[in-house]
Design a protein around this ligand. Sequence first.
Ligand code: PKZ
Ligand code: 13P
Length: 642
Amino acid sequence: MTLVKIASRLFLSLKSPENEEEFVDILEERRLRSDLGHALRTFRPSPYKGGPSCSAADLPKIVLESQHLRYVIATETGASPEEVREEASAILEEMSQNLQLGFIRLLGYIFTKVFKRLFTSINVNMEGLKALQQAIQESPVILLPNHRSYVDFLVISYIMFTYDIPVPVIAAGIPLAGMKIVGAIIRRSGAFFIRRAIGSDKLYWAVMSEYVRTIIKTGFAPLEFYVEGLRSRTLKSLMPKLGMMHMVLEPYFKGEVYDIQLVPISLSYDRVLEESLLALELLGVPKLKESTTGLLKASKVLQDDYGIMHVNFGRPMSVRRLCRGKINLRQYNLIPRDLPQKPRAEAQACVSWLAHLMVRIQEEGSLISPWSLMACLLLQAPTAVLTEQGLPWHQLTEKTIWLRKLALDFGARLNWPAQVPDPDVMSSAVALHHSVVRREAGRVYLVREEEPERKRPISPEEDVIRSAAAVLMMVSYRNQSLHLFVRPALLATAIGVTKTAQRDELFAFFCFLRDVFSNEFIFIPGESSQDFEEACVLLRKCGAVHISEQEVTASDAGLEALSFLQALLQPFIDSYQVMFRFLCEDKVHVFAEKQFLPAVRNLATKLILSGELHTYETLSSDTQKNVLSALRRLETLAKLES
Ligand SMILES: CCCCCCCCCCCCCCCC(=O)SCCNC(=O)CCNC(=O)[C@H](O)C(C)(C)COP(=O)(O)OP(=O)(O)OC[C@H]1O[C@@H](n2cnc3c(N)ncnc32)[C@H](O)[C@@H]1OP(=O)(O)O
Ligand SMILES: O=C(CO)COP(=O)(O)O
């Protein structure tokens, strides 16, 4: 793609405040009218083909009688067909949803109360919602939200119910089914339960894919699933999982439906309910098992304020159009539709491309808060904010205003209220995040959790982990805007490290970094040139570089932007280097992942205590796992079967 094309693509996607889509606060009306009236409202959605051709109870029967499952049952070895059929039937019983409007109304009533308590507003883009309403009448629709909180799926169903749109069925991890009473309620609210790792269980793949296929073919309801596979503990997008994505596309690949519409949804939180739990999990504290008692205990979160939430419904995207030229559908005619097939390489590549594209669109649709920009800057002064020194408030606010301009130059969708004076916007961001920072005597400090009374003094190692918990919470808010800066940051780093202006040399180094960090940030496979061009255009737009046919030269006026961007990537570079050093120095040849994580954590703690390492992100299990995945992808490490 040429520079001109990239520039016009970016220009088109940059939205000025005037043509920014209108968001409507769906809680406003709820604060004025009766909650019960909302729950009992007439619900008249316009579904696909005028209504589903079967009930929730029919679905498992249709699946069990399908040619596909009959074939799998007949050919499964090691047990009699009756036994296999019984097993398939048990899987379906465990999996099936039983969507009922009465339960949606019940939850609608409860969540109106909960949401009004938690959030100042829940802002939804009405144009996106209208487009969804239309798409649902025309094709099977797949909803693809990003996953940051347990609130995600509640709020989406709530919006659909409020706006008379058919309520979705949702793929949920099986542990949720085990919650007393709650499991049964969410099953009746549209959740169908899937195992988190299926591996090579052929019968399970067959039952699950046939169940999903039947929902799509019969137009039972829109189908929602979380392509990232779990809540991102870092608030950064996760590499998409491909199993479910392949299943939902298969009816189109096999010609069973004319088209399917994919709807990426971006949920952006000012403040995430689970913020401290997620940070602790990253430091190795085990996740609390999903349970009803746990849920009740967590009700203390209701006492706090979580600011504004934005839900951006992306425009429905036709799979038919997206896949044109990407996959040869004739191949599917050569094999009977009902024979089970492991996805072929071409299909896998197409599914992977689409899944990455959806995550990128989720990123582009998300709104960046002033607090996220402030977190980027606070983390670039870790020593000041972690010690009594603190960061001067005026320095933070001046730099944040500068960063807002850079973010807007890069096309950010900012959630920065125009009608409120800038200092007030930043002050209220700090007040909202009282669990992370405190402003005192004109300076800003990181808040470390109060230590419970203890008999012995805290050890230096424990103190590092305490600081790390606070830093990782702040890191997650910085991460909400990383997708905006990452491409120019890779180029800024390439310029800083190589000290060359030669475009081809910079491109080679850019690709190297992009490759190493492909598990850390979302890059669409095969689009490294587009990413490089985008980085060039953005750096030129903010005046950081001059660009000619052969050269990319840093400009004096752009040093501030280049050094900010380089500093943004530095914690990742430092963390990866510590782990590479661990693997090389210790001559570790074979190790278990379970040993690797604590061993790296120990090394990083020592380095932090000795002053050699300044980034607490090295302690995060997410970064550690990403390094292992990257090294496996680059074939530097291999996973041995245990
Ligand atoms: C008004 C108010 C209303 C309120 C109303 C409330 C509503 C209340 C609802 C609650 C709702 C909760 C919602 C929670 C939200 C979550 O719980 S999110 C967590 C659950 N969801 C997901 O995980 C979805 C995304 N995950 C996936 O797509 C994963 O791929 C799967 C399907 C789980 C499988 O994972 P996996 O076993 O790790 O498999 P994966 O790595 O994809 O592939 C493994 C192998 O199988 C192969 N394979 C792939 N496809 C196939 C195939 N079809 N056949 C055979 N082999 C295959 C792969 O090629 C791969 O082979 P290798 O490459 O290893 O050789
Ligand atoms: O995704 C889930 C339900 O939202 C549960 O899984 P995690 O707790 O791993 O995010």
